[in-house]
Write a protein that binds this ligand. Structure first.
Ligand code: BGC
Length: 463
Protein backbone atom coordinates (compact mmCIF):
# COMPACT_ATOMS: atom_id res chain seq x y z
CA UNK A 1 0.00 0.00 0.00
CA UNK A 2 2.86 2.33 0.83
CA UNK A 3 4.48 1.89 -2.54
CA UNK A 4 1.23 2.40 -4.40
CA UNK A 5 0.47 5.49 -2.37
CA UNK A 6 3.83 7.14 -2.72
CA UNK A 7 3.78 7.42 -6.53
CA UNK A 8 1.05 10.02 -6.92
CA UNK A 9 2.16 11.90 -3.80
CA UNK A 10 5.64 12.70 -5.08
CA UNK A 11 4.46 15.06 -7.80
CA UNK A 12 2.10 16.97 -5.54
CA UNK A 13 4.54 18.35 -2.97
CA UNK A 14 6.80 19.54 -5.78
CA UNK A 15 3.96 21.38 -7.46
CA UNK A 16 2.87 22.87 -4.15
CA UNK A 17 6.40 24.03 -3.37
CA UNK A 18 6.81 25.58 -6.79
CA UNK A 19 3.57 27.55 -6.45
CA UNK A 20 4.59 28.65 -2.97
CA UNK A 21 7.95 29.86 -4.32
CA UNK A 22 6.15 31.78 -7.03
CA UNK A 23 3.99 33.42 -4.40
CA UNK A 24 7.10 34.35 -2.41
CA UNK A 25 8.56 35.85 -5.53
CA UNK A 26 5.44 37.79 -6.44
CA UNK A 27 4.78 39.17 -2.95
CA UNK A 28 8.38 40.40 -2.71
CA UNK A 29 8.20 41.74 -6.24
CA UNK A 30 5.06 43.75 -5.43
CA UNK A 31 6.75 45.23 -2.35
CA UNK A 32 9.72 46.27 -4.48
CA UNK A 33 7.67 47.58 -7.40
CA UNK A 34 5.81 49.84 -5.01
CA UNK A 35 8.97 51.17 -3.41
CA UNK A 36 10.63 51.79 -6.77
CA UNK A 37 7.84 53.01 -8.99
CA UNK A 38 7.37 56.50 -7.59
CA UNK A 39 10.90 57.84 -8.10
CA UNK A 40 10.64 58.19 -11.88
CA UNK A 41 7.12 59.56 -11.78
CA UNK A 42 7.41 62.50 -9.38
CA UNK A 43 8.87 65.05 -11.80
CA UNK A 44 6.08 64.43 -14.32
CA UNK A 45 3.40 64.49 -11.61
CA UNK A 46 4.82 67.77 -10.35
CA UNK A 47 4.74 69.23 -13.86
CA UNK A 48 1.11 68.16 -14.49
CA UNK A 49 -0.43 69.08 -11.12
CA UNK A 50 1.86 72.09 -10.59
CA UNK A 51 2.36 71.22 -6.93
CA UNK A 52 5.10 72.09 -4.44
CA UNK A 53 7.85 69.79 -3.21
CA UNK A 54 5.98 69.23 0.04
CA UNK A 55 2.93 67.85 -1.83
CA UNK A 56 5.30 65.52 -3.68
CA UNK A 57 6.68 64.39 -0.32
CA UNK A 58 3.13 63.48 0.69
CA UNK A 59 2.45 61.61 -2.53
CA UNK A 60 5.62 59.59 -1.91
CA UNK A 61 5.04 58.91 1.77
CA UNK A 62 1.28 58.30 1.81
CA UNK A 63 2.18 54.76 0.74
CA UNK A 64 4.31 54.23 3.83
CA UNK A 65 1.54 55.61 6.05
CA UNK A 66 -0.82 53.07 4.43
CA UNK A 67 1.72 50.31 4.90
CA UNK A 68 2.11 51.17 8.60
CA UNK A 69 -1.68 51.02 9.02
CA UNK A 70 -1.88 47.80 6.97
CA UNK A 71 0.83 46.12 9.02
CA UNK A 72 -1.08 46.87 12.25
CA UNK A 73 -4.32 45.42 10.86
CA UNK A 74 -2.54 42.46 9.25
CA UNK A 75 -1.79 40.66 12.51
CA UNK A 76 -5.44 40.56 13.48
CA UNK A 77 -6.61 39.85 9.93
CA UNK A 78 -4.23 36.96 9.30
CA UNK A 79 -5.54 35.30 12.47
CA UNK A 80 -9.24 36.06 11.92
CA UNK A 81 -9.57 35.61 8.15
CA UNK A 82 -6.60 33.36 7.62
CA UNK A 83 -3.37 33.95 5.73
CA UNK A 84 -4.71 33.15 2.29
CA UNK A 85 -7.75 35.43 2.47
CA UNK A 86 -5.61 38.24 3.87
CA UNK A 87 -3.27 37.85 0.91
CA UNK A 88 -6.21 37.89 -1.51
CA UNK A 89 -7.41 41.12 0.08
CA UNK A 90 -3.89 42.55 -0.29
CA UNK A 91 -3.87 41.51 -3.97
CA UNK A 92 -7.23 43.18 -4.62
CA UNK A 93 -6.11 46.38 -2.86
CA UNK A 94 -2.85 46.31 -4.80
CA UNK A 95 -4.55 46.09 -8.20
CA UNK A 96 -7.23 48.63 -7.23
CA UNK A 97 -4.65 51.00 -5.70
CA UNK A 98 -2.40 50.90 -8.78
CA UNK A 99 -5.30 51.61 -11.15
CA UNK A 100 -6.61 54.32 -8.81
CA UNK A 101 -3.14 55.97 -8.93
CA UNK A 102 -3.16 55.84 -12.74
CA UNK A 103 -6.47 57.71 -13.07
CA UNK A 104 -6.06 60.18 -10.17
CA UNK A 105 -7.32 63.59 -11.28
CA UNK A 106 -5.82 65.62 -8.44
CA UNK A 107 -2.85 65.43 -6.12
CA UNK A 108 -5.18 64.70 -3.19
CA UNK A 109 -6.73 61.71 -4.97
CA UNK A 110 -3.25 60.48 -5.78
CA UNK A 111 -2.27 60.72 -2.11
CA UNK A 112 -5.36 58.67 -1.23
CA UNK A 113 -4.61 56.09 -3.94
CA UNK A 114 -1.03 55.73 -2.69
CA UNK A 115 -2.41 55.16 0.80
CA UNK A 116 -4.59 52.29 -0.52
CA UNK A 117 -1.57 50.82 -2.28
CA UNK A 118 0.31 51.10 1.00
CA UNK A 119 -2.40 49.17 2.84
CA UNK A 120 -1.89 46.34 0.33
CA UNK A 121 1.86 46.32 0.88
CA UNK A 122 1.53 46.50 4.66
CA UNK A 123 -0.75 43.47 4.66
CA UNK A 124 1.25 41.48 2.09
CA UNK A 125 4.63 42.25 3.66
CA UNK A 126 3.37 40.94 6.99
CA UNK A 127 1.38 37.95 5.78
CA UNK A 128 3.49 36.54 2.93
CA UNK A 129 6.59 35.73 5.02
CA UNK A 130 4.31 34.33 7.73
CA UNK A 131 2.50 32.10 5.25
CA UNK A 132 5.76 30.99 3.66
CA UNK A 133 7.31 30.06 6.99
CA UNK A 134 4.23 27.99 7.78
CA UNK A 135 3.93 26.22 4.46
CA UNK A 136 7.51 25.70 3.28
CA UNK A 137 9.25 22.50 4.32
CA UNK A 138 12.12 23.16 6.71
CA UNK A 139 14.90 22.38 4.26
CA UNK A 140 13.94 25.16 1.84
CA UNK A 141 12.70 27.72 4.37
CA UNK A 142 15.97 29.70 4.37
CA UNK A 143 16.14 29.75 0.60
CA UNK A 144 12.57 30.90 0.40
CA UNK A 145 13.11 33.83 2.74
CA UNK A 146 16.20 34.86 0.78
CA UNK A 147 14.18 34.65 -2.43
CA UNK A 148 11.73 37.07 -0.86
CA UNK A 149 14.50 39.58 -0.03
CA UNK A 150 15.99 39.30 -3.46
CA UNK A 151 12.65 39.80 -5.14
CA UNK A 152 12.13 43.10 -3.26
CA UNK A 153 15.27 44.46 -4.89
CA UNK A 154 14.29 42.90 -8.24
CA UNK A 155 10.93 44.68 -7.97
CA UNK A 156 12.67 47.98 -7.33
CA UNK A 157 14.92 47.43 -10.35
CA UNK A 158 12.00 46.49 -12.63
CA UNK A 159 10.07 49.57 -11.51
CA UNK A 160 13.09 51.77 -12.25
CA UNK A 161 13.47 50.18 -15.71
CA UNK A 162 9.78 50.50 -16.49
CA UNK A 163 9.83 54.15 -15.36
CA UNK A 164 12.84 54.70 -17.62
CA UNK A 165 10.95 53.20 -20.57
CA UNK A 166 7.94 55.47 -20.00
CA UNK A 167 10.00 58.56 -19.23
CA UNK A 168 10.50 59.60 -22.86
CA UNK A 169 6.73 60.14 -23.13
CA UNK A 170 6.53 61.52 -19.59
CA UNK A 171 3.48 59.33 -19.01
CA UNK A 172 3.47 58.92 -15.24
CA UNK A 173 -0.03 57.36 -15.34
CA UNK A 174 1.30 54.36 -17.22
CA UNK A 175 4.28 54.15 -14.86
CA UNK A 176 1.98 53.86 -11.83
CA UNK A 177 -0.76 51.83 -13.55
CA UNK A 178 1.36 49.12 -15.17
CA UNK A 179 2.21 47.53 -11.82
CA UNK A 180 -1.40 46.38 -11.58
CA UNK A 181 -0.35 43.63 -14.06
CA UNK A 182 1.89 41.67 -11.64
CA UNK A 183 -0.82 42.29 -9.03
CA UNK A 184 -3.30 40.40 -11.21
CA UNK A 185 -0.81 37.53 -11.60
CA UNK A 186 -0.37 37.47 -7.82
CA UNK A 187 -4.14 37.25 -7.35
CA UNK A 188 -4.49 34.42 -9.85
CA UNK A 189 -1.63 32.55 -8.19
CA UNK A 190 -3.28 32.87 -4.79
CA UNK A 191 -6.30 30.87 -5.84
CA UNK A 192 -4.09 27.84 -6.41
CA UNK A 193 -2.59 27.97 -2.94
CA UNK A 194 -3.73 25.95 0.04
CA UNK A 195 -4.61 27.51 3.38
CA UNK A 196 -1.81 27.51 5.92
CA UNK A 197 -2.00 24.26 7.92
CA UNK A 198 -0.92 26.11 11.05
CA UNK A 199 -3.81 28.55 10.71
CA UNK A 200 -6.25 25.69 10.06
CA UNK A 201 -5.16 24.08 13.32
CA UNK A 202 -5.37 27.43 15.08
CA UNK A 203 -9.06 27.73 14.17
CA UNK A 204 -9.75 24.07 14.96
CA UNK A 205 -10.06 22.69 11.40
CA UNK A 206 -7.97 19.56 12.09
CA UNK A 207 -9.26 17.53 9.19
CA UNK A 208 -8.54 20.27 6.64
CA UNK A 209 -5.09 20.86 8.14
CA UNK A 210 -4.26 17.20 7.69
CA UNK A 211 -5.44 17.15 4.07
CA UNK A 212 -3.34 20.23 3.24
CA UNK A 213 -0.23 18.95 4.99
CA UNK A 214 -0.53 15.57 3.27
CA UNK A 215 -0.70 17.35 -0.07
CA UNK A 216 2.31 19.51 0.79
CA UNK A 217 4.56 16.89 2.35
CA UNK A 218 3.39 13.68 0.71
CA UNK A 219 4.59 11.52 3.61
CA UNK A 220 2.27 10.34 6.39
CA UNK A 221 5.00 10.12 9.03
CA UNK A 222 6.21 13.66 8.30
CA UNK A 223 2.62 14.92 8.43
CA UNK A 224 2.01 13.30 11.83
CA UNK A 225 5.23 14.73 13.25
CA UNK A 226 4.50 18.20 11.93
CA UNK A 227 0.93 18.21 13.24
CA UNK A 228 2.22 17.27 16.69
CA UNK A 229 4.86 20.03 16.50
CA UNK A 230 2.26 22.63 15.56
CA UNK A 231 -0.04 21.47 18.37
CA UNK A 232 2.84 21.87 20.78
CA UNK A 233 3.63 25.37 19.48
CA UNK A 234 0.01 26.43 19.67
CA UNK A 235 -0.03 25.54 23.35
CA UNK A 236 2.69 28.15 23.83
CA UNK A 237 0.28 30.83 22.69
CA UNK A 238 1.56 34.25 21.78
CA UNK A 239 1.07 36.59 24.71
CA UNK A 240 2.97 39.52 23.29
CA UNK A 241 1.33 42.46 24.98
CA UNK A 242 1.08 41.00 28.50
CA UNK A 243 4.63 39.74 28.23
CA UNK A 244 5.72 43.22 27.18
CA UNK A 245 4.10 44.76 30.26
CA UNK A 246 5.45 42.20 32.68
CA UNK A 247 8.86 41.21 31.43
CA UNK A 248 11.64 43.83 31.30
CA UNK A 249 13.90 41.47 29.35
CA UNK A 250 11.30 41.18 26.62
CA UNK A 251 11.02 44.98 26.58
CA UNK A 252 14.76 45.05 25.87
CA UNK A 253 14.45 42.80 22.82
CA UNK A 254 11.44 44.72 21.50
CA UNK A 255 13.40 47.94 22.01
CA UNK A 256 16.34 46.45 20.12
CA UNK A 257 14.12 45.45 17.18
CA UNK A 258 12.64 48.94 17.06
CA UNK A 259 16.09 50.54 17.25
CA UNK A 260 17.41 48.27 14.46
CA UNK A 261 14.64 49.39 12.11
CA UNK A 262 15.18 53.06 13.04
CA UNK A 263 18.83 52.49 12.11
CA UNK A 264 17.93 50.77 8.83
CA UNK A 265 15.77 53.65 7.68
CA UNK A 266 18.06 56.43 8.93
CA UNK A 267 20.87 55.07 6.77
CA UNK A 268 19.05 57.12 4.15
CA UNK A 269 18.50 54.26 1.71
CA UNK A 270 15.00 55.33 0.75
CA UNK A 271 16.11 58.87 0.04
CA UNK A 272 17.83 57.27 -2.94
CA UNK A 273 15.05 54.76 -3.69
CA UNK A 274 12.36 57.47 -3.83
CA UNK A 275 14.30 60.46 -5.09
CA UNK A 276 17.22 59.11 -7.18
CA UNK A 277 16.33 61.07 -10.35
CA UNK A 278 16.11 64.27 -8.30
CA UNK A 279 19.52 63.54 -6.75
CA UNK A 280 21.01 63.01 -10.22
CA UNK A 281 19.38 66.27 -11.30
CA UNK A 282 21.15 68.04 -8.43
CA UNK A 283 24.39 66.58 -9.86
CA UNK A 284 23.63 68.31 -13.15
CA UNK A 285 22.28 65.41 -15.27
CA UNK A 286 19.42 65.74 -17.80
CA UNK A 287 16.20 63.68 -17.56
CA UNK A 288 17.45 60.89 -19.81
CA UNK A 289 20.65 60.38 -17.80
CA UNK A 290 18.74 60.72 -14.50
CA UNK A 291 16.52 57.80 -15.42
CA UNK A 292 19.35 55.56 -16.61
CA UNK A 293 21.48 56.19 -13.56
CA UNK A 294 18.45 55.39 -11.43
CA UNK A 295 18.21 52.03 -13.20
CA UNK A 296 21.92 51.48 -12.43
CA UNK A 297 21.15 52.19 -8.75
CA UNK A 298 18.44 49.50 -8.87
CA UNK A 299 20.77 46.98 -10.51
CA UNK A 300 23.54 47.68 -7.99
CA UNK A 301 21.08 47.27 -5.12
CA UNK A 302 19.96 43.90 -6.44
CA UNK A 303 23.43 42.51 -7.20
CA UNK A 304 24.86 43.56 -3.84
CA UNK A 305 21.99 41.78 -2.08
CA UNK A 306 23.14 38.56 -3.72
CA UNK A 307 26.61 39.12 -2.22
CA UNK A 308 25.10 39.52 1.24
CA UNK A 309 23.07 36.36 0.97
CA UNK A 310 26.15 34.42 -0.06
CA UNK A 311 28.30 35.56 2.88
CA UNK A 312 26.02 36.21 5.79
CA UNK A 313 26.18 32.76 7.37
CA UNK A 314 29.93 32.52 6.87
CA UNK A 315 31.13 35.94 8.06
CA UNK A 316 28.49 36.71 10.66
CA UNK A 317 26.19 39.69 11.11
CA UNK A 318 28.35 42.20 12.94
CA UNK A 319 31.42 42.33 10.65
CA UNK A 320 29.13 42.81 7.67
CA UNK A 321 27.14 45.53 9.46
CA UNK A 322 30.36 47.38 10.43
CA UNK A 323 31.59 47.23 6.84
CA UNK A 324 28.21 48.40 5.55
CA UNK A 325 27.90 51.38 7.93
CA UNK A 326 31.51 52.44 7.21
CA UNK A 327 30.86 52.29 3.46
CA UNK A 328 27.61 54.22 3.84
CA UNK A 329 29.29 56.92 5.96
CA UNK A 330 32.04 57.34 3.37
CA UNK A 331 29.69 57.19 0.38
CA UNK A 332 27.20 59.79 1.63
CA UNK A 333 29.92 61.94 3.20
CA UNK A 334 31.66 62.08 -0.17
CA UNK A 335 28.45 62.88 -2.07
CA UNK A 336 27.82 65.77 0.37
CA UNK A 337 31.39 67.02 0.00
CA UNK A 338 31.21 66.91 -3.82
CA UNK A 339 27.94 68.84 -3.68
CA UNK A 340 29.40 71.42 -1.36
CA UNK A 341 32.49 71.93 -3.57
CA UNK A 342 30.31 72.18 -6.66
CA UNK A 343 30.06 69.50 -9.36
CA UNK A 344 31.20 71.10 -12.57
CA UNK A 345 33.14 68.64 -14.73
CA UNK A 346 32.07 65.32 -16.20
CA UNK A 347 34.68 63.54 -14.07
CA UNK A 348 33.27 65.12 -10.90
CA UNK A 349 29.78 64.03 -11.86
CA UNK A 350 30.94 60.46 -12.36
CA UNK A 351 32.86 60.43 -9.09
CA UNK A 352 29.71 61.57 -7.25
CA UNK A 353 27.65 58.84 -8.95
CA UNK A 354 30.31 56.28 -7.99
CA UNK A 355 30.15 57.41 -4.35
CA UNK A 356 26.37 57.12 -4.33
CA UNK A 357 26.66 53.58 -5.73
CA UNK A 358 29.26 52.79 -3.07
CA UNK A 359 26.64 53.77 -0.50
CA UNK A 360 24.04 51.53 -2.17
CA UNK A 361 26.41 48.54 -2.11
CA UNK A 362 27.11 49.24 1.56
CA UNK A 363 23.40 49.11 2.38
CA UNK A 364 22.38 46.20 0.17
CA UNK A 365 25.12 43.91 1.43
CA UNK A 366 24.47 44.73 5.10
CA UNK A 367 21.58 46.60 6.72
CA UNK A 368 19.16 45.73 3.88
CA UNK A 369 18.79 42.01 4.51
CA UNK A 370 20.50 41.70 7.91
CA UNK A 371 18.30 44.04 9.93
CA UNK A 372 15.24 42.02 8.91
CA UNK A 373 16.96 38.78 9.93
CA UNK A 374 18.14 40.20 13.29
CA UNK A 375 14.69 41.59 14.12
CA UNK A 376 13.27 38.07 14.00
CA UNK A 377 16.24 36.35 15.67
CA UNK A 378 16.37 38.43 18.85
CA UNK A 379 12.74 37.90 19.91
CA UNK A 380 11.75 35.13 22.33
CA UNK A 381 9.30 32.57 20.94
CA UNK A 382 6.24 33.62 22.93
CA UNK A 383 6.61 37.26 21.96
CA UNK A 384 8.01 36.82 18.47
CA UNK A 385 4.92 37.94 16.53
CA UNK A 386 4.48 40.96 18.79
CA UNK A 387 8.16 41.90 18.63
CA UNK A 388 8.32 41.59 14.84
CA UNK A 389 5.07 43.56 14.47
CA UNK A 390 6.58 46.41 16.55
CA UNK A 391 9.80 46.52 14.55
CA UNK A 392 8.03 46.25 11.18
CA UNK A 393 5.66 49.06 12.13
CA UNK A 394 8.71 51.17 13.07
CA UNK A 395 10.25 50.41 9.69
CA UNK A 396 7.23 51.89 7.88
CA UNK A 397 6.91 54.91 10.16
CA UNK A 398 10.60 55.81 9.84
CA UNK A 399 10.40 55.10 6.11
CA UNK A 400 7.55 57.61 5.94
CA UNK A 401 9.45 60.25 7.92
CA UNK A 402 12.49 59.90 5.66
CA UNK A 403 10.33 60.10 2.52
CA UNK A 404 8.33 63.03 3.83
CA UNK A 405 11.29 65.20 4.78
CA UNK A 406 13.98 64.75 2.12
CA UNK A 407 12.94 67.50 -0.31
CA UNK A 408 12.32 69.90 2.59
CA UNK A 409 15.79 69.11 3.88
CA UNK A 410 17.32 69.74 0.44
CA UNK A 411 15.43 73.04 0.15
CA UNK A 412 15.91 74.24 3.71
CA UNK A 413 19.17 72.72 4.86
CA UNK A 414 21.00 72.46 1.55
CA UNK A 415 22.14 69.48 -0.55
CA UNK A 416 25.52 69.00 1.10
CA UNK A 417 24.23 69.29 4.67
CA UNK A 418 21.43 66.81 3.98
CA UNK A 419 23.87 64.15 2.79
CA UNK A 420 26.25 64.92 5.64
CA UNK A 421 23.40 64.50 8.09
CA UNK A 422 22.70 60.99 6.82
CA UNK A 423 26.45 60.23 6.73
CA UNK A 424 26.60 61.26 10.41
CA UNK A 425 23.72 58.91 11.27
CA UNK A 426 25.63 56.04 9.67
CA UNK A 427 28.75 56.93 11.65
CA UNK A 428 26.71 56.80 14.87
CA UNK A 429 25.37 53.37 13.83
CA UNK A 430 28.91 51.94 13.76
CA UNK A 431 29.02 52.70 17.51
CA UNK A 432 25.49 51.43 18.17
CA UNK A 433 26.32 48.17 16.41
CA UNK A 434 29.33 47.78 18.69
CA UNK A 435 27.42 48.52 21.92
CA UNK A 436 24.03 47.00 21.34
CA UNK A 437 23.87 44.52 18.45
CA UNK A 438 24.46 40.83 19.23
CA UNK A 439 26.26 38.41 16.90
CA UNK A 440 23.68 35.73 16.09
CA UNK A 441 25.66 33.63 13.60
CA UNK A 442 25.51 29.89 14.38
CA UNK A 443 23.53 30.33 17.60
CA UNK A 444 20.19 28.64 18.12
CA UNK A 445 17.17 30.82 18.75
CA UNK A 446 16.68 29.00 22.06
CA UNK A 447 20.17 30.00 23.23
CA UNK A 448 19.54 33.62 22.29
CA UNK A 449 16.28 33.51 24.24
CA UNK A 450 17.94 32.00 27.35
CA UNK A 451 20.63 34.67 27.32
CA UNK A 452 18.12 37.46 26.88
CA UNK A 453 15.93 36.24 29.72
CA UNK A 454 18.89 35.76 32.06
CA UNK A 455 19.56 39.49 31.76
CA UNK A 456 22.79 39.37 29.72
CA UNK A 457 23.63 42.67 27.97
CA UNK A 458 22.01 42.79 24.52
CA UNK A 459 25.33 42.68 22.70
CA UNK A 460 26.14 39.37 24.42
CA UNK A 461 22.88 37.48 23.90
CA UNK A 462 24.36 35.61 20.95
CA UNK A 463 27.18 34.11 23.02
C1 BGC B 1 14.14 48.23 3.31
C2 BGC B 1 13.34 49.10 2.39
C3 BGC B 1 14.20 49.51 1.22
C4 BGC B 1 14.80 48.29 0.54
C5 BGC B 1 15.78 48.69 -0.54
C6 BGC B 1 14.64 47.03 2.55
O1 BGC B 1 15.39 46.19 3.39
O2 BGC B 1 13.34 47.84 4.41
O3 BGC B 1 12.86 50.23 3.09
O4 BGC B 1 13.45 50.25 0.29
O5 BGC B 1 15.46 47.46 1.48
O6 BGC B 1 16.36 47.57 -1.14
Amino acid sequence: MDVANQEPHVAHPKAAIVTTCILAALAGLMFGLDVGVISGATQFIQAEFKVSDSVIEWIVSAMMAGAAAGSVGAGWMSAALGRKRSLILAGVLFVAGSLFCAVAGTATTLILARFVLGLAIGIAAFTAPLYLAEVAPERIRGAMISTYQLMITTGILLAFLSDTAFSSSGNWRWMLGIIAAPGVLFLIGLFFLPDSPRWLLLVGRRQDAQVVLTKLRGDEAVVRREMADIDEQLKTRQHGWSMFRENPNFRRSVGLGVLLQVMQQLTGINVVMYYAPRIFKEMGYDTHAQMWFTAVVGLTNMLATVIALAFVDRLGRKPILYAGFVMMTIGLGAVGTMMSLGITSHAEQLLTVAMLLFFIVGFAMSAGPLIWALCAEVQPLKGRDFGIACSTFTNWIMNMIVGATFLSLLNGFGNAHTFWLYAAFNAVFIGLTFWLVPETKNVTLEQIERNLMSGKPLRDIGQ
